[in-house]
Every structure is written in C-alpha cells, then in structure tokens.
Design a protein around this ligand. Structure first.
Ligand code: PNS
Length: 159
C-alpha cells in the first residue's frame, strides 16, 4: 500500500493539477490532495473553503483520492497522514530549480522524499496565477480548468 501526498495552493485547481492527481491515482494506492491553509502568495482569489469544495468536486470521480487542508510544514502533514512520498508536478525546467530545493529541504528535515511527475507538454503553461489573471480580465480559460472551477470564475461579481 503506497500513499502519496500532493500539496498545493490550488487557487484555483486547474487541469494541470487534475492531470497530476489522475496520474498519481493510477500509479499509487492512495492520493491525499492537501490545500495550504494560508498560501503566502499575494493576489489570491478563493478562500480555503471554496478551494476545498472545488477540489472535492474535481476529484469525486477518483475512489482512491481524498482531500484535506493543512497549515505548517508539508512534511509534518506527510507524517500525519502516513504518506510514503510527496508528489509534485514539473511543468518546465524553471519549476525544477525551486522544486528540487524544496524536495531537498523536506528530505533533510524529515527524510520524506519527493517524486516528480512531468506535466503533459500541452498543459505546461498552466499556472493558477495566470489563470486567475486571464479570467479576471475576461479571457477564455474554459480549456484550462474543470467545469466547476470555470463556473466559479464566471460567477464572480467582477467575472
Ligand atoms: O501550489 P503551490 O503554491 O506551488 O504549492 C506550494 C506548497 C504549498 C506545496 C509549498 O508552499 C509548501 O509545501 N508549503 C508548506 C510549508 C512548508 O512545508 N515549507 C517548507 C518547504 S521546503
């Protein structure tokens, strides 16, 4: 039984995240998707409850995926949920530098290792920050996010 932890801000969850979770769900016995309670990134869009509701909706079709939220160190959550590995997606070489550093730090402080999964090239440009911005300015993100997220983006008072 191999359980992996897939952490992120998910503001909002997009099709690149969905691809990673579907891939991980096929490779491992169980995937725990964890949303960071207080993402330090500015310009956020969704509060935690909204991000969690969308995660639950987007992964309802996968029996071996569950969602949770966390604050503090990701490695502490990995220990708490008894994850064997942290899983991260890599979109491009630019991701690799920061992800490698985080993986090394996490391994140094806890021994928890990180596995990297490559994103399909057709989704390698997807980033929550850009999707938020494009949607806010009226651009079409319908191919980039799950239907529930698109609805939420279009339902915004200024959407
Ligand atoms: O979706 P994101 O914003 O790229 O996810 C980043 C996240 C949540 C995975 C990262 O910020 C994180 O792990 N935060 C938890 C705090 C922590 O453990 N920091 C030490 C990392 S070496």
């Amino acid at each position: 039984m191999t359980r992996v932890l897939y952490p992120g801000s998910f503001d909002p969850v997009h099709n690149g995240h969905v691809e990673m979770v579907e891939t991980a769900a096929g490779l491992f016995d169980e995937v725990v998707v964890a949303a960071l309670i207080n993402p330090s990134k500015g310009g956020g869009l969704l509060d935690l409850e909204e991000r969690m509701a969308l995660l639950d909706e987007c992964f309802a079709h996968l029996d071996n995926v569950r969602t949770t939220k966390f604050d503090g160190l990701v490695v502490d959550l990995a220990t708490e949920v008894e994850a064997d590995f942290i899983v991260k997606g890599l979109r491009a070489v630019s991701d690799f530098e920061s992800e490698l550093q985080m993986a090394q730090m996490n391994a140094a402080i806890s021994g928890v290792q990180t596995l990297f999964l490559p994103t399909a090239s057709r989704r390698s440009f997807l980033a929550s920050r850009l999707i938020r911005e494009v949607a806010r300015l009226g651009g079409d993100v319908s191919d980039m996010v799950p239907p529930a997220v698109l609805k939420r983006l279009l339902d915004r008072p200024d959407g």
